[in-house]
Write a protein that binds this ligand. Structure first.
Ligand code: PLP
Length: 397
């Protein structure tokens, strides 16, 4: 059975070109870029070439790029750096819909005595800009807002939010893990201070990421160690991963039009087809300001996990929320923040496509999912309203 992989916001397959670029680094090209011999020098060259490719893809200079191990490390580093470099400021602004890589760092600093403002969203997943503006204080050290949400795909008004932050001279970090490769990003036009990306979301392997650090932005290393990354991130560089990330970024630039035309059209066909075939279904979040590859759709009176298991029997891979929260049966914090009714939130599925998705993938989901929903609804005690089992329309559970 061939696999229909529509879970690309969780992770992506390593692109064949990326695999090919990495192979020599797992073989004869094993030098340490810090070594003073020819083998080390070649690794140093691979490192700087990859850095150039990331910088070209983002529209910045290569010395503004720091390689990391993942998106989580980048987010931690950016927040740590902003706070440690301004110890007199004790206020952070972030949002209720961030990834745990940001939310848990904010909570950590809250426990250490910081005050944190968590901006909410409306039912479409949008922030209230007046509320945002009013939250900025003289002691605000950092504003951290994700570029696009991993579950709903809703894109934040980053340009406007950065402009407001800059009017108040506040540092701005954006977690762009889900945005890079899906929508164009040009750092020449976007004065964020820190931007974070992750390799495994853009067809590079796991275990590598990068962060952009705007020139002259205060920085304190999160990983203390050697002189690597100009003393900004100690530890011998993951050269195979970094080379893979460089190639993946080149491919992302090449595929960005495809993401926004063909991939978007496939996602829209999936959305329309499912909405037409399955009654009592809703889209989570705004459908206009949304990543072209993401569909978060909710079916009333269904358990997301039951759908996932049945889809899996047809080789269809999707997600019932963010990959990181699908281990729990609680509706995700993102769906709760949007106020998705409880009876729907439980039955939410996220399909996330990539440039490797095909029309056939969409056909298979459109054929297999509607009967799965009918079957599950017939079995559902919630639908039948069995005594004591009726679900409550209360998203604060
Ligand atoms: N930020 C967002 C928005 C994500 O979706 C993810 C991964 O799901 C991360 C951060 C964490 O990235 P990584 O898995 O590379 O640590």
């Amino acid at each position: 059975m061939s696999s229909v992989y529509l879970d690309n916001n969780a992770t992506t397959m390593v692109a064949p070109e990326v695999r090919e670029a990495i192979m020599p680094l797992l073989g004869e090209e094993y030098g340490n870029p810090s070594s003073m011999h020819r083998l080390g020098g070649k690794s140093g060259l691979f490192l700087s070439q990859a850095r150039e490719k990331i910088a070209a893809g983002l529209g910045c200079d290569s010395d503004e790029i720091i390689f990391t191990s993942c998106g989580t490390e980048g987010d931690n580093t950016a927040i740590f750096s902003a706070l440690e470099s301004q110890p007199e400021k004790k206020h952070i602004i972030t949002t209720r819909i961030e990834h745990p890589a940001v939310l848990n760092v904010a909570k950590h600093y809250e426990r250490k005595g910081y005050s944190v403002t968590y901006l909410g969203v409306d039912s479409k997943g949008h922030f209230n800009i007046d509320e945002y503006r009013a939250a900025i204080r003289p002691d605000t050290a950092l504003i951290s807002v994700m570029y696009a949400n991993n579950e709903s795909g809703v894109i934040s008004p980053i340009e406007e939010m950065v402009d407001i932050a800059k009017e108040h001279d506040v540092l701005f970090h954006t977690d762009a893990v889900q945005a890079v490769g899906k929508i164009p990003i040009d750092l020449k036009k976007l004065p964020v201070d820190y931007l974070v990306l992750s390799g495994h979301k853009i067809h590079a392997p796991k275990g590598v990421g990068a962060m952009y650090l705007r020139r002259n932005t205060p920085f304190r290393p999160f990983m203390l160690g050697g002189h690597q990354e100009h003393g900004r991130r100690g530890g011998t560089e993951n050269i195979p991963g970094i080379v893979g990330l460089g190639t993946a970024m080149e491919l992302a630039v090449k595929h960005i039009d495809d993401e926004n035309t063909r991939v978007r059209a496939m996602r829209d066909r999936l959305e329309k087809g499912l909405m037409a075939a399955i009654p009592d279904s809703i889209i989570n979040g705004d459908t206009a300001m949304r990543l072209p590859n993401t569909l978060s759709i909710a079916f009333k009176y269904i358990e997301g996990e039951a759908m996932l298991l049945m889809l899996d029997q047809f080789g269809i891979c999707a997600s019932s929320g963010s990959a990181c929260t699908s281990g729990s049966l609680e509706p995700s914090h993102v769906l709760r923040a949007m106020g998705v009714p409880f009876t729907y939130a439980h039955g939410s599925l996220r399909f996330s496509l990539s440039t490797y998705s095909t029309d056939e993938d969409i056909d298979i989901v459109l054929k297999e999912l509607p009967p799965i929903i009918s079957r599950l609804r017939q079995m559902s005690p919630f639908r039948r309203g069995d005594e004591g089992l009726d679900w409550v329309d209360d998203h604060d559970h």
